[in-house]
Design a protein around this ligand. Sequence first.
Ligand SMILES: Nc1ncnc2c1ncn2[C@@H]1O[C@H](COP(=O)(O)OP(=O)(O)O)[C@@H](O)[C@H]1O
Ligand SMILES: CC(C)(COP(=O)(O)O)[C@@H](O)C(=O)NCCC(=O)O
Ligand SMILES: [K+]
Length: 248
Amino acid sequence: MILELDCGNSFIKWRVIRDTDLSIVGSGVVDSDMALVDAVSALALPPKQCRLVSVRSEEETISLSALLHQCFGLRVLVAQPAKEVAGVRNGYEDYQRLGLDRWLAVLGAYRLSGGACLVMDFGTAAKADFVAADGEHLGGFICPGMPLMRSQLRTHTRRIRYDDASAERALSSMAPGRSTVEAVERGCVHMLQGFVRSQLDHARELWGEDFSVLLTGGDAPLVQEAAPTARVVPDLVFVGLAMACPLD
Ligand SMILES: Nc1ncnc2c1ncn2[C@@H]1O[C@H](COP(=O)(O)OP(=O)(O)O)[C@@H](O)[C@H]1O
Ligand SMILES: CC(C)(COP(=O)(O)O)[C@@H](O)C(=O)NCCC(=O)O
Ligand SMILES: [K+]
């Protein structure tokens, strides 16, 4: 059993796969290290190996690795920046500065598409990355994702206040909002969908119609209608994680 972790800025995504056939035996999303320990403790079979990617601070990543060692005896393999993996060349001027979740999503996207691709990840931040047919990563774009947009509005205005339950209800339609919660939630989704459409325009300028589009991240379903031909791959970062951190 292999425990795989994707530590984003808001949540830790985890899954356990069987090392023999790579089938998924458990998965989930947690908001703290302790909640992760609880979830893994509840598994019928304990994991024997672990690999993780993190965009959190070095200290947080070290402390999570230590906790996993202490609780489960795991030695944790942590994904590191690289200039080139599996035919994909990191496009950043300083390759170590490219967010590792973006890098792994790029690796996974190129593996799955086998050609030019646009990969977009909707988490705390929204990210778009471009990979040419020959594996050259051309770079990408970062902007606030849904959690950041809504919290900025809530924090910096006096009259925008609403709870999570009404936020969820507000997204049952995309019509102009008739309440604050509808106006904000739908407005932010329109921003993300606009982001998606402009990335698609950019990809068409580069490659015509000859490219694949992959969507991932917790909020990918919110933008799917703006990219009708896109493939939604919730575990795209884990595809790249297995490529960057092979285990024997
Ligand atoms: N099952 C889920 N668990 C947690 N967050 C989810 C889930 N489905 C959708 N989301 C949304 O996904 C976003 C977080 O996406 P995620 O990719 O986990 O971000 P990050 O990698 O930055 O932590 C939040 O806006 C959250 O509301
Ligand atoms: C852009 C990010 C903050 C996204 O984090 P996430 O939304 O996955 O939590 C992360 O990829 C990161 O810290 N990147 C480093 C900066 C860069 O990629 O240029
Ligand atoms: K992420």
